[in-house]
Ligand binder design. Structure first.
Ligand code: CP3
Length: 339
């Protein structure tokens, strides 16, 4: 019998739907904060297999989710390529900004394998211990990762997006380098034991149509094709956040087995734009989970009503917020299971 999440990604209308949450491991859990305190910093946490394995499994053990998502970060790849990265307390990630050809030339794909070895060790350890849940590996999609690499920090990414207009050749070379490195990294996670993979393009929705096609859809299509060729047994979930009307084209072009819906997508429109067998994943507002009670119940109900009868994976439309009470997460799982 296949795991529930994998059955949904194979196109089955599993009901009640499998459930997991983006950022299900993190600061809202006291047991996460305790282990976080044992690591020197966030990168140390991501690259210490003992700690990263424990953190990955914490929410699965506590809530009985249908998936474990590897505890790591999309910015581990730029770090592995040699870009300086820090996670400043209360500020989010800070990278030494890549602004020109010299910055691009300084990236070294040759050092990635050794740098990510501890992350792959975590994948193997989690797979060993994960039980009935499915292990999801992931990477940031080239455009979103390029945004952080060029800008040097989160925000509106105006510097990164201006570079794409000013010097499309340089920006395209960065996207191509990331597309190749991301493909290699995802294949390595599959080899280490990841049973499904997810590509996070959190800032895809910032782009005008032609750039969306070039920097979001085209790289995801190449990554998906390479994964299908090498590991047809490992399904891919694409998450082009805030892509809006481009969702249907993205799903059709890439051939992803799962499509993540952000909070702003009307689930009913999504079911029309992206027909089965693609599994639609999402898309409860993280704030409905934070508020809990009747708001949470109504939010869940609205999604389940539309998704019943088609392959669906229940999730949020973006990550769990740090202030979320853990009891609300337990309530969510119970309500989805009762569907
Ligand atoms: O549970 C999971 O979803 C797995 C772990 C995971 C993390 N980051 C852990 C993390 C995953 C899948 C990510 C992806 C990620 N990281 C994305 C794509 C998804 C999204 O949220 O849009 C992005 C854009 C990042 C970059 C990033 N990492 C930012 C902007 C921040 C700071 C914001 C914050 O919440 O602190 C991080 C840090 C980060 N990544 C934390 C965690 C648990 C917090 C660090 C800490 O605990 O101190």
């Amino acid at each position: 019998m296949s795991k529930r999440l994998l059955a949904a990604l194979a196109g089955e209308a599993v009901w009640p739907p499998p459930v997991w949450l983006m950022r299900q491991a993190g600061r809202y859990l006291p047991e996460y904060r305790a282990l976080r305190a044992e690591a020197r910093d966030f990168i140390d946490l991501c690259t210490t297999p003992r700690l990263a394995t424990a953190v990955t499994l914490q929410p699965v053990r506590r809530f009985g989710f249908d998936a474990a998502i590897l505890f790591s970060d999309i910015l581990i790849l730029p770090w592995a390529l040699g870009q300086d990265l820090r996670f400043a307390e209360g500020e989010g990630p800070l990278l030494a900004p890549l602004r020109d050809a010299t910055g691009l030339a300084a990236l070294d794909p040759g050092r990635v394998a050794a740098a990510v070895a501890p992350v792959l060790e975590t994948v193997a350890r989690v797979r060993e211990a994960v039980g009935e849940a499915a292990l999801i590996g992931f990477a940031g999609a080239p455009f979103t990762v390029a945004c952080y690499m060029v800008e040097g920090r989160g925000g509106d990414f105006a510097t990164a997006r201006a570079l794409a207009w000013r010097d499309p050749v340089l920006f395209g070379e960065l996207i191509d380098l990331l597309t190749a490195a991301t493909t290699t990294y995802l294949l390595a996670q599959a080899k280490a034991g990841a049973e499904a993979l997810m590509l996070f393009d959190s800032w895809a929705g910032l782009l005008p149509a032609a750039q969306f096609a070039a920097y979001v859809t085209a790289p995801a299509t190449r990554i998906a094709a390479a994964l299908r060729a090498e590991r047809p047994d490992v399904p891919l979930i694409g998450f082009p956040r805030l892509a809006g009307m481009a969702l249907g084209t993205y799903a059709a072009a890439t051939g992803v087995q799962g499509l993540g819906l952000d909070t702003a997508v009307d689930p009913l429109l999504a079911t029309g734009a992206v027909p089965a067998p693609v599994a639609l994943q999402g898309n409860l507002d993280p704030l409905a989970l934070l508020v809990g009670g009747d708001a949470l119940a109504a939010g869940i109900e609205a999604i389940l009503e539309v998704m019943q009868g088609r392959p669906h994976i229940f999730n949020l439309g973006h990550g769990v917020l740090p202030q979320t009470p853990p009891e609300h997460v337990a309530d969510l799982v119970q309500r989805v299971r009762a569907a």
